[in-house]
Design a protein around this ligand. Structure first.
Ligand SMILES: O=c1ccn([C@@H]2O[C@H](COP(=O)(O)OP(=O)(O)O[C@H]3O[C@H](CO)[C@@H](O)[C@H](O)[C@H]3O)[C@@H](O)[C@H]2O)c(=O)[nH]1
Ligand SMILES: O=C(O)[C@H](O)COP(=O)(O)O
Length: 301
């Protein structure tokens, strides 16, 4: 039987009672990274809040420097809001999603951490318990990725452009053993704190590809699993925004596979101004944060 057959749950059937029973005395933190997500964050929080006290022990929105009403709405919906400078104040924050996921390890205590993006549209309350299924009910699993159908704007599928055009081809070239992952970049995943605190975090959008490469390096493929979450809709970004994201992801993937590239990288994109196409150079950081375990050692000594 292949890894895909052993570690993919196509029709997960765990009930909430199964999850609570399997959880035993372990604790679960749910973390939502958020940068200016006032349109969606409250609804995502609202899908997790009813699980507090049973499946979930703490629910945190990690604010990534929002200037809109994200923090206020998240708090009103029932989350604890942590601003990125509230934790590890001796280390000034750098921009990026990976930065707030990394800081969330210092802001939470769960033995297991579940990450959910906060730009989800019509989020499904089953996401968190389903992600926990393989982690709590199976031996040896440290990282569980969700997979799903991905609508693109008004189409019922076709989403996941960076996933299909960059991430999965890059894995197939550099780490083909990970080709069975359906959504390597998905923002909905669960992991053990043991694993998360033992590896570096890319500070930007490279965080997901970095984590799956590091999980395989640490535990072998058997440490990873994936589970069907149904459908996932989110705010679709422009191609130019995705270009910057893709460069960041590529930088992290290359670094984890021992191939050096510039940091910061310079990405030239082109914009049409009147009749002309003009270059715009974006500086793309591909830096990492060190394993949280090392940081704790330094800050606590
Ligand atoms: O500096 C940032 C950027 C993003 N986010 C949050 O991170 C989540 C995902 O960001 P988004 O810009 O919406 O990324 P996507 O276009 O959804 O990109 C996909 O691919 C990324 C790279 O792997 C993953 O990080 C995402 O989870 C995944 O959905 C959202 O809740 C954002 O608010 C931050 O907290 N800080
Ligand atoms: O995961 C991805 O590939 C990116 O977030 C882009 O997703 P989209 O094509 O659904 O906007």
């Amino acid at each position: 039987m292949s890894w895909f057959e052993r570690r993919t749950w196509q029709n997960p059937g765990w009930t909430l009672d199964d999850i609570v029973a399997a959880k035993g005395d372990r604790t679960v933190s749910v973390v939502l990274p958020a940068l200016d997500e006032e349109d969606t964050v409250a609804e995502v929080v609202g899908t997790v809040r009813p699980l507090l006290g049973t499946v979930v022990d703490e629910l945190v929105v990690m604010d990534s420097g929002s200037t809109d009403a994200t923090a206020e709405l998240a708090e009103r919906a029932g989350a604890r809001v942590v601003h990125r400078e509230d934790v590890l104040p001796e280390l000034p924050p750098v921009p990026g999603k990976g930065e707030v996921l990394w800081r969330s390890l210092a802001a939470t205590t769960g033995d297991v951490v579940v990450f959910l993006d906060s730009d989800l549209v019509d989020p499904d309350p089953a996401f968190v318990p389903t992600l926990l299924g393989p982690l709590l009910c199976e031996e040896g699993v440290h990282l569980v990725k969700g997979f799903y159908r991905r609508p693109l704007r008004l189409e019922s599928s076709g989403g996941g452009r960076v996933t299909e055009l960059l991430a999965r081809p890059v894995l197939s070239a550099l780490r083909p053993s990970l080709s069975g992952l359906i959504q390597p970049l998905g923002g909905e995943y669960a992991a053990t704190r043991d694993f998360l605190e033992s590896v570096p975090f890319a500070a930007g959008y490279g965080v997901e590809i970095g984590l799956i490469l590091d999980a395989e390096a640490r535990y072998g493929l058997e440490g990873l699993a994936q589970v069907n979450l149904g459908v996932r809709k989110h705010r679709n970004r422009s191609l130019l925004q995705l270009g910057v994201m893709a460069r960041q992801i590529l930088g992290t993937a290359l670094a984890r596979c021992g191939i050096k590239s510039d940091d910061p990288a310079q990405l030239t994109q082109f914009a049409q101004v009147g009749d002309e196409w003009l270059p715009e150079v974006a500086e793309v950081s591909v830096s990492d944060r060190p394993p949280m375990r090392e940081v704790r050692g330094l800050t606590e000594s």
